[in-house]
Design a protein around this ligand. Structure first.
Ligand code: 6PG
Length: 248
């Protein structure tokens, strides 16, 4: 693993999705060859859906699906069949369409109260990741237009919690509880890929990559792998406010 970062700018959102799917396939090949499994943590929201759907299609024939273990970076405090469920989105777009082992999908129990769900998931993570050096091989992340990632929202308590890998997080501005992984586990990942598309994310992306450092206000700035790779996959619209020379 090397502590590398890269920002790759693509013409369209579909190009970003394809690049993410290709990186998933590449990482799966490396991880399964080296360690016999791929431990990957999925992102929620809407951006990753197109990449998940591509992997559910022809591209997925290149993946040894029974060797893939799926985790989630965050979840809304809702049951899995709720339209807002990140698990539900991933299941519809990918997990129900590829030959994975059901026992290898580790869902955050969003139907429970957030504190219980977080405690339960924290325990599961420590059990399942012990065989993989206590880290993900590939972490998928999105970026909110307020510079949040996972459910690490600006000025929220979860940003400062270091002891646990998964916590409940009260998001006052959304008047909701979330379940989210915290920086220590996220930053232990071997490879982290952000997927960012659309002009609506341009201001946030500029601030994250070229603005003043203030993790409390811009939580995605807190993502920097200890020893792994950080790869930004962005479209031209999201990159439209980046100063010259930032994207390479
Ligand atoms: C969530 C996600 C969140 C998401 C960003 C971007 O639960 O919403 O985990 O961090 O990645 O909000 O969302 P979009 O991809 O929908 O823009």
């Amino acid at each position: 693993m090397t502590n590398k970062s890269a920002i790759r700018v693509f013409d369209t959102a579909a190009d970003v999705a394809r690049a993410a799917a290709e990186l998933f396939i590449e990482t799966a090949a490396e991880s399964t060859a080296e360690r016999g499994a791929l431990h990957t943590c999925l992102a929620g929201g809407s951006t990753p859906r197109a990449a998940y759907e591509m992997l559910a299609g022809k591209m997925g024939s290149r993946v040894r699906w029974p060797l893939v273990r799926f985790y989630f970076g965050d979840e809304r405090n809702v049951p899995p069949d709720h339209p807002d469920s990140n698990y539900g989105m991933a299941r519809r777009a990918l997990l129900s369409r590829v030959p994975i082992s059901d026992g290898h999908v580790y869902r955050m129990p969003g139907e429970k109260d957030a504190a219980s769900a977080a405690r339960e998931y924290d325990t599961l993570l420590r059990e399942k990741l012990a065989e993989n050096g206590n880290r993900f091989d590939l972490l998928w992340l999105g970026l909110g237009n307020d510079a949040h990632t996972a459910s690490l929202f600006p000025e929220t308590e979860a940003l400062s919690l270091q002891e646990r890998w998964c916590v409940e997080n009260r998001v006052a501005k959304l008047d909701t509880e979330r379940i989210t992984l915290t920086y220590p586990l996220l930053n232990a990942s071997r490879r982290i890929m952000f997927l960012v598309v659309g002009a609506g994310k341009a201001e946030a992306l500029k601030t994250i990559l070229a603005g003043p450092r203030d993790v409390a206000r811009y939580p995605a700035q807190g993502i920097h792998p200890e020893a792994g790779e950080l790869i930004w996959l962005v479209d031209k619209a999201a990159a439209s406010k980046l100063p010259p020379g930032v994207a390479r």
